[in-house]
Structure formats: C-alpha cells, structure tokens
Design a protein around this ligand. Structure first.
Ligand code: GLC
Length: 512
C-alpha cells in the first residue's frame, strides 16, 4: 500500500494545534507497520517558519502548476506557477514541502484572506507532482478543508487520470476541525481555477464550501473520536454540515460500514513521557512518581507562585479560540480562588480571548498567571507540575491535552463532549474507577463544581492516588489502536474506489 497525506500542519515543521501532531504521529505510526511498501508521503506547505534539520538530505524537483497561480497573487494570478517540491525522508515518513513563495513565504500558517488560493496551490501542486512522478498511489489521505481542495481540483481537472483519477486513487478525509469550512464566494471561484457551472460547481451556487465538497467527494470520511462523530450529526454540533454528514453516514462501504465514522486519536508515548522529558527538572514515571513534587515546585517558582502553598494548582493550555472555553475558566476563577486554588494558563491565538485572564492576573499575580505564548517547554512543565488540568472545551473533536495530562499524572477536568468524553472517566460518577472529573454543561458553574469535586478527592490521598495511577496506566499509544483503525479505513476506502460507482444524489447543502 502506498499512502499520500496532505495537510496544512505537520509537527514539528508547522503546527498551530492538534492537527499537526496527528498528521506527524499517524504518518510515523503507519510507517512502522509492515502494511506499507514505502514511507507515507506527507505534503506540507513550505511556510517561512519551516526549519529542517541541517543534516537532512533534501532532493528538489520543480513542478509546473497550471491555473491561477502565477505570481503575484491574487490580482494578476494568471498562468502557471513553477513550484519547488523539497523532499526529505525524516521522522519515519517522506516530508514533501511545497515551496512557492507568493503563497507560503509569510508569517504564521493561516488567517490570510487568500487562504483558499494558497491551499488551492498546495492541492494542485500535490496533484501535479503525483502525476509527474507516475508512481501509482493507493490512498490519498486529506485533512480538513485545506486539503479537501485536492479532491475538488482532481474531480474538475483530472477525473480520469491514470494516477490521480477517481477510479485509481482512493481517498479518506479526516475532519479535525468542523468549525472551519473554507468558504469561497462565487466571485472568488476563479482564484481556485473554478467556474460556475463547470463539472464541480453548480451554476446556481453562491460559492463553494470546500469541506462540504471534500465530504461529498471522499470515499470515506472520519473525524477524530466516536463521540464527536455522533455529535457532528446533530444541528447543535454539526456546524451546518450535520445533514451532509448524515447523508455520508447513511451510505455504506463494501464492508457494510457507514462512510462517515470516528477514530479516536492517540498520543505518542515517546514524545510525551515524564520519565524522559528533558524540559522537566526531575523525571518521574508511573512506577515512581517521586519527581512530580519537584516539577510542581519548579513550575510554581518559575511563575512566581509560593511553592510552599499546598492548595490545588490548575493548568490550562490551548489555542485561544472560542472552542476551548477559556472564558468559562475566567468566569469560574473567583469561585475557584475562594477554594484556595491557583491557575496557570497558557495560550496563543486570538488576544481578545486572553483579556479576562490578563485582567485577573494583573489583580492577583500571586494566584493567576497567564503565559500568552506558544511555549513548548513551558507546556510540558505545566502538564507535569500542576495538580489538575482543565479542558472546558465547548466542543472537542478529540483533544490531546487531556491524554497528555493523564500520562503526566495530572488528572484532567473536562466537559463531557467529543473526544474528552471518550478519554476521561469521571471519578465522581464512578468512584474508584475514575481517571479525572467530567462535567455536563459548558458553564462556569458546572466547571467550578467539577473542580470542587476534584479538590475534595485530592484531600483523600488514597482516592487521589488511585485517580492518578489509573490515569497514568491508560494506553493512548497510536500503535495500540488508532494506527490499525486507520489501516482498516484505508483498505476500505481502496476497496470502495476500485468498485463500480453507484450513482448517488448530491449531498444536502451546508446550512449557513
Ligand atoms: C483539532 C481539534 C482537536 C483534535 C485535533 C487533532 O485541533 O479541535 O479536538 O484533537 O484537531 O485531531
């Protein structure tokens, strides 16, 4: 089997959130199985910030990408562009950087008005590279809306191509973030080389929702936990695509399984391991947790808290995005402080979401600290040094922080949603078997209540140690489940693509 993966992020080269971790870990995990003839190809934009190891062997090839990609964008975006594909075998996969300065030599990863054009260039460059190389591929694994464009452009320009055509190349779309769709107005379709009324865009369309188009066109579609896969079928969590996902889930593959489903992510136990973590002042493990106290003192020292105060220290780390529920923790903060708790919050993204914490930290620097940065080393110290880890996400396709916190012996407090519900067992409802604390509604009161249950359990050492020990024993290794589940999905997608196509009506349009 030969697999090509396309994404906007891949750790450690380019990461804004969990997407980057998953693309990297899955490619490595698949590469370690004997199911693949060669390493996974991971296509990633060569953003300005991408730094490769100095000793990496890099091969370069030029590929001509037709369409509206000639420099400079977007006004004169006519004609073909010459794109450099830099390839390097590293980390157990073949990283293929798509280098085209007008699109990617910019700060950061996302957030430009011409993002559809930029990721359209990525998509078209992938297709052109694969066609030029003439080596058959079995599966195209695309992630989120950025890579969904690949299927739209494939179906528009190369539906019957001997390498990338529909009958030849199976596709699996993984949805990590259902909130971002890649909406392109009808007036901007030309920036993707598309026209109204051509083979992929209906002449009556007001534009194109690229994630919707990916769901329509991919052989199989999954999201990153079983609970989120079920929630996404409801109007409350479906982000306007619930009916489209229901349409997909109602279709069955050749094994009689729904064409939309959930696969729970893993974490890499070698990357997230308190016994080898070089950013921790002292290492510790499930067998000997002695060093965790030193990690706590070190963390509190660093943030200017009194290490001698034994009151509960809560950590929260995440993208500053409304999804993550930073506001819930900020609103619950006064009640938590009155229970003797202290808060360590780290996040980067939308600075307005940090505002309440900035204000709180300004007033009570001895009890609340905000690290408004993406700081890898500090994140590890927070996972290790806090007593509890908070994840009040409003919705969460999977989430990674709670799995890391479990492994670092820091019980998570989570909203019962998506992947959080699939990975944390509530000690309050299931005393003696829990691994953390789970609350039902994303409100400050529910969050504060769950924190208080955690504080109460912490006051009972035998119960508390049980929660920590069970949490550290949970196995979320990619190798133990997710890699096999993806291989199975890959094979089902390949079987489906090879079978004669049965005509289906087009999916319901997204609700705006
Ligand atoms: C997105 C989701 C998160 C998931 C990650 C990796 O960031 O919001 O829940 O863990 O993708 O799949």
């Amino acid at each position: 089997m030969r697999i090509v993966s396309v994404a906007a992020e891949c750790e450690p080269w380019a990461k804004a959130g969990g997407l980057g971790d998953v693309v990297d870990a899955l490619a490595r995990g698949l590469g370690r199985t004997d199911a693949l003839d060669e390493p996974v190809d991971v296509f990633l934009p060569a953003y300005r910030s991408v730094v490769l190891p100095g000793d990496a062997v890099i091969s370069e090839a030029l590929v001509s990408v037709p369409g509206p990609y000639g420099p400079p964008p977007p006004a004169e975006a006519e004609g073909a562009a010459t794109v450099t594909i830099r390839s390097v075998v590293t980390h157990g996969y073949r990283l293929r950087l798509v280098d085209f300065a007008p699109a990617f030599d910019r700060d950061g990863i996302y957030g430009y008005p011409d993002d559809p054009w930029r990721f359209g260039l990525l998509a078209r460059a992938v297709l052109e590279t694969l066609r030029a190389e003439r080596r058959p591929i079995d599966l195209l694994h695309i992630h989120d809306w950025h890579a969904s464009t690949t299927l739209v452009l494939r179906d528009r320009f190369y539906p019957d191509d001997p390498i990338v055509g529909r009958a030849r190349l199976a596709s699996l779309l993984t949805i990590h973030n259902l909130a971002y769709h890649g909406w392109v107005e009808r007036a901007d379709l030309a920036t993707l080389g598309l026209d109204l009324g051509d083979r992929v865009v209906a002449s009556t369309a007001t534009g194109i929702d690229l994630l919707w188009a990916g769901i329509e066109r991919a052989d199989l579609v999954n999201t990153v936990s079983p609970t989120f896969a079920a929630e996404a079928l409801t109007p409350a969590v479906g982000f306007g695509l619930d009916s489209t996902l229901r349409w997909k889930a109602a279709q069955l593959d050749l094994a009689g399984r729904p064409r939309f489903f959930g696969i729970l992510n893993g974490i890499d136990p070698a990357v997230w391991d308190p016994s080898t973590d070089a950013d921790l002042v002292v290492s510790y493990s499930a067998a000997d947790r002695g060093g965790k106290a030193a990690c706590r003192s070190d963390l509190l020292d660093r943030v200017g808290f009194d290490p001698g105060d034994d009151g509960p220290v809560l950590g929260m780390i995440g993208r500053l995005d409304p999804q993550k529920g930073f506001d819930l923790l900020a609103e619950a903060a006064p009640r938590l402080l009155s229970s003797g708790a202290r808060l360590i919050v780290q996040g980067s993204g939308d600075p307005t979401l940090a505002e309440p914490f900035r204000a709180l930290a300004g007033r009570r620097p001895d009890r609340i600290v905000l690290n408004e940065r993406f700081d890898r080393a500090m994140a590890r110290r927070i996972y290790a040094g806090c007593d509890l880890f908070v994840m009040p996400s409003r919705f969460e396709p999977c989430g990674q922080g709670q799995m890391i916190a479990l492994r670092y012996g820091t019980p998570p407090i989570v909203h019962r949603t998506g992947g959080l519900a699939d990975t944390v067992v509530d000690e309050y409802l299931h005393p003696g078997t829990g691994t953390g604390f789970v609350f039902e509604h994303p409100t400050p009161d529910d969050l504060a209540w769950a924190c208080e249950q955690a504080f109460e359990t912490r006051a009972r050492p035998a119960a508390w140690n049980g929660v920590i020990e069970r949490g550290m024993a949970v196995d979320h290794d990619w190798a133990s489940g997710p890699t096999t589940a993806y291989l199975d999905a890959d094979r089902r997608a390949i079987a489906l693509a090879a079978a004669p196509r049965t005509p289906t009506r087009r999916p319901p349009a997204p609700r705006s």
